[in-house]
Ligand binder design. Structure first.
Ligand SMILES: [Zn+2]
Length: 469
């Protein structure tokens, strides 16, 4: 593997050399779980999953940490609006995110730490920063702790800005602003406000600043220095700039490569909430199969902007179906054909060139055209060789139709069809019972049981599930 990656911190494409041979440590800023995931949120999940799979294909061990920000102003506001606890909001949305990542075939993270589970690590990091003169607590026991941006000469390097040109951090209210040494100082820890959740620290009770938690968790799970830090390009400033400031000022090496994926826009504009609702993952997978959605998000280069359109989505689905069609036809003709352990050189070169997925996908399509020609010629052996290579490439992209992820028919809409059919049968059974025709009602249940559907009568009505095994 001779991978080259575009590093935001150097603004160049440079050779990737891992810290430890044969192992890659990867940190991805995960969700702030204030709402359901839309495709803009999940894009980074898919992009970094392809990178991870590329490393795995090249026999690297990958330690992948993706955090969850489970406390934040917006989460608190949502909870207030609904009259529920902040952790109910976090739990609910974290489950929705996990489900969305899973349904799009993203491998689960090695570790998925939550902010509120890492307060001791954050206190320790603040202590180091205060001891080194890079952070301060105003000394009133308010719980506020700030990073002193003027104490850190490299501040602004990642986002290529000069301190004099930066605006105020704007992360506190007017009163707190007066505590700051410089308006650009950002909050490491936010002092408790009445009625809000808080945790004790030596500087007063409060809750984590968003930036601090990522530094603390990345360091805990990946070490003071690790390989790759990723996230959406909207996180470069202030989030990642601040992570670097915190960790480097505390004496850690922190991330050696910074990778940022482009955003998803709609009509050339940042996704608005109203449009965003129709692009929620649970909504989208009703209109398009999850595997096709993965194709749609994974095919464009990770650094490009995806401007969402229904047409492009439909085209992506059709393009995936061409690949899938070949894999299915060739498997029927050639019999079971496992993927090769290697991928064609052009595919390798494409991914090694800053994860060039557009070129890599083009290689797959070209192979599929050859494979279709082989099938048309009745050249079974050639078709089988192509099939094995196509499956290997699609495996790296997380799109192999015959992999366990996609072959089960999950998300193909079959479940919905079964749901509807069972509902019809249960209605008929209910009608039979209502007219006291119990033999007919029992017969319907027996037929369902025979088909593998077990029915259970509960106070809320009949529930059913598919018998396993
Ligand atoms: Zn982060």
């Amino acid at each position: 593997m001779s991978l080259r990656l575009h590093d935001t911190s150097t603004r160049t494409v440079r050779d990737f050399v891992p810290l430890r041979p044969g192992e890659v440590s990867l940190y991805l800023c995960g969700a702030t779980v204030q709402a359901q995931p839309h495709i803009g949120h999940i894009r980074s999940g898919v992009n970094f999953d392809i990178l991870r799979r590329w490393f795995l294909h090249n026999d690297y061990r990958v330690v992948f940490c993706r955090n969850v920000t489970d406390i934040d102003d917006k989460i608190i506001n949502v909870a207030r609006g609904e009259g529920i606890e902040w952790w109910e909001v976090s739990e609910r949305n974290q489950r929705a995110f996990t489900h969305a990542y899973d349904s799009l075939g993203c491998l689960p993270p090695t570790v998925e730490p939550r902010a509120t589970g890492h307060v001791p690590e954050m206190i320790e990091l603040m202590r180091r920063l205060i001891d080194r003169g890079h952070a301060y607590a105003p000394g009133d026991g308010s719980g506020d702790v700030y990073f002193d941006v003027r104490s850190f000469a490299e501040y602004g390097a990642l986002s290529n800005q000069r301190l004099d040109h930066m605006r105020a951090a704007g992360d506190t209210d007017v009163e707190q602003e007066r505590e700051k040494r410089d308006p650009r100082d950002f909050a490491l820890w936010k002092g408790a406000r009445p009625g809000e959740p808080c945790w004790d620290t030596p500087w007063g009770a409060g809750r984590p600043g968003w930036h601090l938690e990522c530094s603390a968790m990345a360091t805990k799970y990946l070490g003071g220095t690790f390989d790759i830090h990723g996230g959406g390009v909207d996180l470069v400033f202030p989030h990642h700039e601040n992570e670097i400031a915190q960790s480097k000022a505390a004496g850690d090496g922190f991330a050696r490569y910074w990778l940022h994926n482009g955003l998803l826009s709609v009509g050339g504009e940042k996704m608005s909430k109203s449009i965003g609702n129709s692009l929620l993952i649970p909504e989208m997978v009703r209109r398009i199969r999850p595997v096709e959605l993965r194709y749609y998000l994974g095919q464009p280069h990770y650094r490009s902007v995806i401007d969402y359109s229904e047409e492009a989505l439909t085209e992506a689905a059709a393009a995936y179906q061409r690949l899938e069609g070949f894999v299915q036809r060739a498997s029927e003709v050639c019999g079971p054909t496992p993927p090769t352990s290697y991928v064609p050189r052009a595919f390798s070169e494409a991914l090694d060139d800053d994860l060039g997925t557009p070129a890599a996908f083009a290689v797959v399509h070209s192979a599929v055209r050859d494979g279709n020609a082989a099938l048309a010629d009745g050249a079974k052996e050639r078709a089988a060789t192509t099939l094995a290579e196509v499956r290997a490439m699609l495996g790296v992209l997380g799109l192999d139709p015959l992999s366990s992820q996609w072959a089960s028919g999950e998300g193909t809409g079959l479940r919905e069809v079964v749901d509807a059919l069972v509902a019809v049968a249960l209605e008929q059974r209910q009608a039979a019972r209502a007219r006291k025709d119990f033999p007919a009602a029992d017969a319907i249940r027996d037929q369902l049981t025979e088909a593998g559907v077990t029915v259970e009568d509960t106070p809320q009505g009949a529930r059913w599930e598919l018998k396993r095994g």
